[in-house]
Ligand binder design. Sequence first.
Ligand code: DX5
Ligand code: ZN
Length: 216
Amino acid sequence: MKILPSILSANFARLAEDVQDIAKDVDMIHVDVMDGHFVPNITMGANVVQALKKETTVAQDVHLMVEEPIDLLPSFLEAGADMISVHIEACKHLHRAIQIIKDGGAKAGVVLNPSTPVSSLASIIKDIDYVLIMTVDPGFGGQSFIYSMIDKIKAVHDMILSMNLSVEIEVDGGINPETLPLCLQAGASLFVAGSAVFNCSDRHQAIQDLIQSSQT
Ligand code: DX5
Ligand code: ZN
């Protein structure tokens, strides 16, 4: 299992320092890109990925919460993104998007909003490296975990097992030491945590608490 701190909850005025601060504890961060259309918020673009690449060695998992992300993919790949996910609800030409990400040398994922059914994965699951299951509606950090997503994680996990695939399951939204073990037991292995890491005065302890919770 891996903890991926979401820099959405970091201090944007001190982003490099915040990332360097947790670089000893994790090997990947989660970068939330929002366009103000797909979600009601605007955050950052490929220039931030590129700038952070020069300041830290941690890998970057880019979560694109944008309408029609295809045209943006080359800039994120050039900027050095290691994993890129696109929302199934936002992408008309999903297989093309996944192919562009893979051809660019990054791991490719698709994201499902809480209300998007598991069945929507059927025609793409063989082509991807990971599924990101949103456990809140995307757009903001600090929201409450939607508990009915546990059954959804299990259903995706079952689908992956029944097809004998090695697709990973990532979860994002409201992940904390109480919700992480539930997602782990359901089949998730990548855990995004924003406020549970950056809103704590001791981030190292917060990350340790998340890791510890997986052993309960
Ligand atoms: C929400 C973002 C999340 C967010 C999670 O739209 O995709 O990555 O940063 O924040 P927490 O962990 O605070 O729910
Ligand atoms: Zn995210």
